[in-house]
Design a protein around this ligand. Sequence first.
Ligand SMILES: Nc1nc2c(c(=O)[nH]1)N[C@H]1C(S)=C(S)[C@@H](COP(=O)(O)OP(=O)(O)OC[C@H]3O[C@@H](n4cnc5c(N)ncnc54)[C@H](O)[C@@H]3O)O[C@H]1N2
Ligand code: MOO
Length: 464
Amino acid sequence: MTEPEAAAEADGIDEALALLGPPAGRREQAPARNRDDKEPGRDPHGHRATPWDRARDTAAHAGRAAPVPSRRVPLDAALGRILAEPLPALTDLPSFDTSAMDGWAVAGPGPWEISDEGSVLAGHAGSDPLPDGTAVRIATGARVPPDTTAVIRTEHSRVEPGGAGGSRTAGRGHLHALREVVPGQDIRPRGQECRSGDQLLPAATLVTPAVLGMAAAAGYDELVTVVRPRVEVLVLGDELLTSGVPHDGLIRDALGPMLGPWLRTLGVDVLATRRIGDDAAALHEAVTGSEADVVITTGGTAAGPVDHVHPVLHAAGAELLVDGVKVRPGHPMLLARLAPGDRPESHRYLVGLPGNPLAAVSGLLTLAEPLLRGLAGRRPQEPYRAPVRDQVQGHPYDTRLVPVVHRAGQAVPLHYAGPAMLRGLAAAEGLAVVPPGGARPGDSLEVLGLPWAASASAGEGCFT
Ligand SMILES: Nc1nc2c(c(=O)[nH]1)N[C@H]1C(S)=C(S)[C@@H](COP(=O)(O)OP(=O)(O)OC[C@H]3O[C@@H](n4cnc5c(N)ncnc54)[C@H](O)[C@@H]3O)O[C@H]1N2
Ligand code: MOO
């Protein structure tokens, strides 16, 4: 078999796998080629595709190269945003020595005469020092009086009522401890959690509900957060219906309803999802006139008569950073830096997702997600790996992304994973990264988490 024939046969594997379901046995495959080999890295248009991991790195690098604008927002508007700066404590925490329990503040060794000062309650200003040999009632969260030795929990104490006619304090009785009293017990000393100025969280932290609580406790009313990157989605294709059942060769647009919500989980501001049809002039105008930091197109990336993305990028003076990726599905995906136009300081990008729906998702995770993560000031995602339960057939030369669910600590590949199918993905919790040549049961595979999956691999971002 000539190399072009081998590559052509390899191109059919995704469709075949999607129809067959799980492989019956491990098929002998051509060994993975060296990256320097001529044909397998070349797509039918004659340009060289980028290896999958390098494509992701390129996208991440482009995202990190852009300046990250920030804005001060009130706490209640900060959820789901990213801290643009480290978060220093504005106060000691606790900001005063605090009783950890309801009970008695005592000074010196017992038994203690009960003070007639009443109770020390949370939220009250400081009280007088506690004289040696005395005890005063205290509530959880109250400031402990100066010179307090320890707090004794109510249930670890016994009050011996005072006799009539004694001194004022003796009249209230004495307190006895039922357990050994350790100095400092049940007192949270000032600054135990942090000192004013300590860094509580680093920049690039996702603001979760817990971060909002921490920030409020540490004295914040506002947080300096990264301005969300603005994204516009352009859905190409005259064959697409926006409602109803497919008919007469027309199909439903599966990407318009999926991409906007998905992108929002990545912490971006989706300005619009627009249907453009197969109209080169309209696409050119939409791309060059967009206000977005990142334009994401779907369809039109291949070399068909109405595949306008490449010619439009060329006409718009864009620079292709990635033009085809050695990944299945999704190999025609691309990443371009758009000409800055009248905003020379701007960093604007276009991600071209292939039209086949699972191929588009592959492009979303391979190029759009790392790019947007950088633009949003987020840290790179921690790689997550899991052993794969079943054998997965690989592409001879390219990486495969295969929908999986997590079961008993293993990644279980799903059927219906062809480029034009979403049935497997809709049930999936992640996409396993299958290296060229495939994987055997038990092989450890990287798994790309899906933003909504409550699995070990799930990323951040559902607070948007
Ligand atoms: N001669 C070649 N043809 C194709 C190649 C190739 O290398 N050489 N690659 C194939 C692969 S792989 C893919 S993926 C697609 C990519 O094509 P495009 O990005 O140009 O996408 P379209 O042709 O516009 O559409 C492909 C397919 O997807 C359907 N589609 C498009 N948009 C949507 C949508 N929003 N919702 C649902 N389905 C959509 C469209 O109807 C087509 O069936 O090219 C192959 N061809
Ligand atoms: O293999 Mo294409 O890249 O169908 O998705």
